[in-house]
Design a protein around this ligand. Structure first.
Ligand SMILES: N[C@@H](CCC(=O)N[C@@H](CS)C(=O)NCC(=O)O)C(=O)O
Length: 228
């Protein structure tokens, strides 16, 4: 059985992608959650992941240690990972790659933390540019392929790659276009997204570095962590 190594559900946006993809597409896996530690993660994560990062998929003697590589590896045996139609599949791959290598303002300013609500100190020009581009590409996908998912009727890896954006929208109340908000809310309502969210709220671990980063960019107005 394949094992998926991930970190804290509250914070680990990269872990969410393959986890959600496999959950929604019913691709069996054993979850191995290794929480972030204050002392640094590199040596700990290096025991299973050559890059010292998560997510990492292990299937017998095959190790795949990057969320996009995991997606392509899964596609070899599960063709519903990417859309069936050529044009939709090309679009899905482009936007997933764009998310994988871009949107640095969104990533740096709005770190994923499912349990928090945050009022940003400001929306910088760079962040606004990322938000505008996201609204644009969501609207393009929804218009061309008919929704409710980004590339048509079926959930695909493209949606998995934007799932962390949905949690960020929820936490930071980000100003997307109306159709973009509706799409991201559709992702948030998926049972697997709700499971991830509830498990994130129930996690006992806090990560000071992540929390400090969030406080640098905004004021924390709610913490939904269970027991807090
Ligand atoms: N490009 C990688 C990025 C993975 C990544 O940055 N993972 C973060 C967790 S969300 C990590 O492992 N960080 C460990 C650390 O910063 O010490 C992927 O897509 O898998």
């Amino acid at each position: 059985m394949r094992e998926l190594y991930i970190a804290n559900k509250n914070y680990s946006s990269w872990s969410l992608r393959p986890w959600l993809l496999m959950r929604v597409l019913n691709i069996p896996f054993i979850e191995q959650l290794v929480p972030f530690s204050q002392q640094g993660n590199f040596e700990k994560f290096r025991t299973f992941s050559p890059s010292g990062k998560v997510p990492c998929l292990v299937q017998q003697d095959v190790v795949v240690w990057d969320s996009l590589a995991i997606t392509e590896f899964l596609y070899e045996h599960h063709t519903d990972v990417w859309p069936k139609q050529t044009k939709a599949r090309a679009f899905a791959r482009c936007v997933a790659a764009e998310m994988h290598s871009g949107f640095s303002a969104l990533r740096n300013i709005c770190g994923m933390s499912c349990r928090h609500s945050v009022k940003l100190h400001q929306i910088s020009a760079a962040l606004q540019q990322d938000l505008d581009r996201l609204s644009e590409l969501f609207e393009q996908g929804l218009t061309e392929f008919g929704g409710p998912f980004l590339c048509g009727e079926a959930f695909s890896a493209a949606d998995a790659f934007f799932a962390p954006v949905a949690f960020r929208m929820q936490s930071y109340d980000l100003p997307f276009s109306e159709r973009a908000v509706a799409y991201l809310q559709h992702l948030l309502a998926l049972p697997a997204m709700q499971d991830w969210y509830q498990q994130a709220l129930a996690e006992p671990w806090l990560d000071e570095a992540h929390d400090e980063e969030i406080s640098r960019h905004g004021k924390i107005i709610a913490d939904r962590r269970q027991g807090s």
